[in-house]
Structures are given as C-alpha cells and as structure tokens.
Design a protein around this ligand. Structure first.
Ligand SMILES: *Cc1c(COP(=O)(O)O)cnc(C)c1O
Length: 392
C-alpha cells in the first residue's frame, strides 16, 4: 500500500522530532516538581518559565500574562466562564458567533442555563462576521465578545483587529479562540486589542493536552481551578512540565519560518483547489477565497455523502475530515456549513482537507486522482445525480 497521506492537520498534527527531543528529559531525568525548592525542582521551574517566555514573545505579551492549561477547550471554558462570573455585577450579556468551535458554543449555552444572555452573530456566505451587526448587538449589559480568529472547518479569518477596536471603544473584554491561527498568523495582542486568547499545542506540531490562555494584565477573571499556587494562583495543579516544554518548543519553531511555511501551504492549497475544479463538476469551495488559513481546503460535493467519501478515502490511505472532528460520528450537518447558508443536502457532502508541513505536491496530485474516481463512483449510485446528468 502507498504511504498514508494525512490531510487532517486542523484536527491535530504529529509532534515534531525537535519538540519530542526537548520534552523527553522532563519525563524521567528532570522530573522534579517545579514548586520544590531543591535544584531538581528548579530545573523544571526554569523549563516552565522558559516556555512561558516563548509563548509571550510570539504574542507580544508579558510572560506573566500567559497561563498554561490542558488545551484549547479548557482555555475557551476558562476565558468565558471566568469573565462571566467575575463581571456579573457589570452585566450578563455575551456576544459570540454561530460558527465557533464547540468549546465556545457549548460553554455559552451552559452560561445561558445559568441566566446569562448570549447573542450568536450570523456570518455571511464566506463565514465573515458583519462589524455593523456586532456594533448593533452590544448593550449596556455586554461584558464579553468572543470571536474565533480563524475557523477550523472553512478556514475563514475574521477581522480581528477591527473587532478588538470595537470592544476596546466600548470597554468590553475581547477573547479570541486562536487555536487554528497560531503558527499561521502573526499575532500581536496589543496591536489587535485582544484581552484573552486561547491556543493549543497539538494544532502546531506540539503534544496533545497542553495549551495556554493569554490574559491581559488587569483583566477581571475568576480562577479556573482552586488549590495550590501554580499559574499565579489561577490554575492549581502540578504543571505538565514535559507538555509545557513541548508547547514552548513547538510555538518557537512555528514562528521561526512562518512565512516560508505559509507560502508552501498556500501553494499546495491552490494546487489542490485548482485540480479539483478542473476535474470534478458540481463542487463548491467553502470559506473565503483569500482570507483563509493557508492549509485549509473545504469542499462540498453535490450528490454525495461526506461520510461515504471519507470512508472511501480512508480505504485509499488518505485521511481527511467531514468538517470538525467533534461532529463526525453524528448525522447532523456541520453548524458552520449551515451558518454560511448551505442547505442540508449540500452540507452533507462536505470534505475538509487540511494541509500541513509534511504534505507534498505528489500527495496532493494523488489525492485529487483518487477523489475524482471516488466522487464519480459514489455519484453513479445517486438517483439525483442521474437525473441532473440526464437533463444536460
Ligand atoms: C482544536 C480546537 C479547539 C480545541 O482544542 P483542544 O486542545 O483539542 O481542546 C478549540 N478551538 C478550535 C478552533 C480548535 O480548532
């Protein structure tokens, strides 16, 4: 069998060798607890602070504004619940969008059950938020705007700076889930007026189960976990030292050659899109044509079930996704594709191919070749497609 072709880099990425090499000593040689006062503990403490410096540098933040968490979902939960509970006296209204990751959406729904009010903004056909609509949705009760930096399914990148400016003018906290943007977009939290930002290492060639929340100094927020004094009393529990070291190394690598990396991905992306449009009819590209993540390709193939497509691709050794990893397994079409206005039957035929560092032009060509065969075969089983073909 041909080598496995992995094009699901938005779901997760492999840990790079350089990242793993940095992590390994912290499992069984340098295993001290960072809170211990002897030198073995000190080594771990230094490693944690060194990683914190690296994250802060990438974001244009101060190290004491970076808090390590167990990943993107935890950071999202903390940002939203932490702000909501700490600012109840100011108001009970939160603004977000209909296309957020479930880490945001389900947290907002949870808060609605606690009596908070949430506005879920619509997006246009490209997945873009309307800034006027955002302005109009703000009330005297609004305490938080949380809008994702880049969408995990369709890749659309939001006008974050403008959103941050609106929030700042109105004195409202602005959180962004930047889990997909890190490693692809240069971010300066001051320039973009971001107050809180979530990131997760396994989306940029670091380990799973480790992430961070940037919290601007002075932001009023509740602690996430009560207990020891770790993470400046905000998130108790002995630090995941190897994970934190891996996160630090991964984010450093991701920004070391970010331009080159993005250029490569955009080239692969455009090659893939062009070839698919040349060879397959009744297909649409989801998301914004330009303002999208370099590695994101999201299609809808008419007259096809996305699940069947994925299974057929898997049999050819190709890994893709029908949208988000969290919704596969369920029969509902993706909330993101419905929000950009696609009808159910078209949203069902979605395929996301997310490219990464290790993909090649040869892989792209091979995937298109297989896609053409599979789409043709599946469509031949569709009575609807037969009808459309007959009408031509
Ligand atoms: C993957 C992802 C998350 C969740 O991150 P985990 O580390 O897996 O919890 C949150 N938001 C977005 C946009 C993501 O892509």
């Amino acid at each position: 069998m041909k080598n496995y072709i992995y094009m699901d880099n938005s779901a997760t990425t492999p840990v790079k060798k350089e990242v793993l090499d940095e992590m390994l000593p912290y499992f069984s040689e340098k295993y001290g607890n960072p809170s211990s006062i002897y030198s073995l503990g000190g080594k771990s403490k230094n490693a944690v602070e060194n990683a914190r410096d690296k994250v802060a540098k990438v974001l244009g933040a101060k190290p004491n504004e970076i808090f390590f968490t167990a990943g993107g979902s935890e950071s999202d939960n903390w940002a939203i619940k932490g702000i909501a509970y700490a600012n109840k006296d100011k108001g009970n209204h939160i603004i977000t969008t209909k296309i957020e990751h479930h880490g945001i959406l389900h947290t907002c729904q949870y808060l609605e059950r606690q009596g908070f009010k949430v506005t879920y903004l619509d997006v246009d056909k490209y997945g873009m938020v309307d800034l006027d609509e955002l302005r109009e949705s703000i009330t005297d009760e609004t305490i938080l705007i949380t809008i994702m930096f880049a969408n995990n399914e369709i890749g659309t990148i939001q006008p974050i700076k403008e959103i941050g400016q609106i929030a700042k003018e109105k004195n409202i906290y602005f959180h962004t889930d930047a889990v997909q943007a890190i490693g692809h977009v240069k971010i300066d939290v001051d320039d973009l007026n971001i107050d809180l930002l979530s990131l997760s290492a396994h989306k940029f060639y670091g380990p799973k189960g480790i992430g961070a929340l940037y919290i601007r100094q002075g932001v009023k927020i509740h602690s996430l976990i009560e207990g020891g004094a770790q993470e400046r009393n905000r998130r108790a529990g002995t630090e995941n030292v190897p994970g934190i070291v891996g996160l630090g190394k991964a984010i450093e690598l991701a920004y070391e050659n970010i331009d080159e990396h993005n250029e490569k991905l955009i080239k692969l992306r455009e090659r893939l899109i062009k070839k698919v449009f040349e060879n397959i009819s009744h297909v649409r590209l989801n998301g914004h044509p330009e303002k999208r993540l370099p590695g994101n390709v999201s299609f809808c193939f008419e007259f096809i079930e996305g699940e069947s497509l994925l299974l057929s691709l898997d049999m050819e050794g190709i890994a893709g996704s029908s949208g988000s990893a969290c919704t596969s397994g369920s029969l509902d079409p993706s909330h993101v594709l419905l929000a950009i206005g696609l009808p159910h039957e078209i949203a069902h035929g979605s395929l996301r191919l997310s490219l990464g560092d290790f993909n090649t032009e040869e892989e792209v060509d091979y995937v298109v070749e297989k896609l053409v065969e599979i789409v043709q075969r599946l469509r031949e089983m569709s009575p609807l497609y037969e009808k459309v073909k007959g009408e031509k």
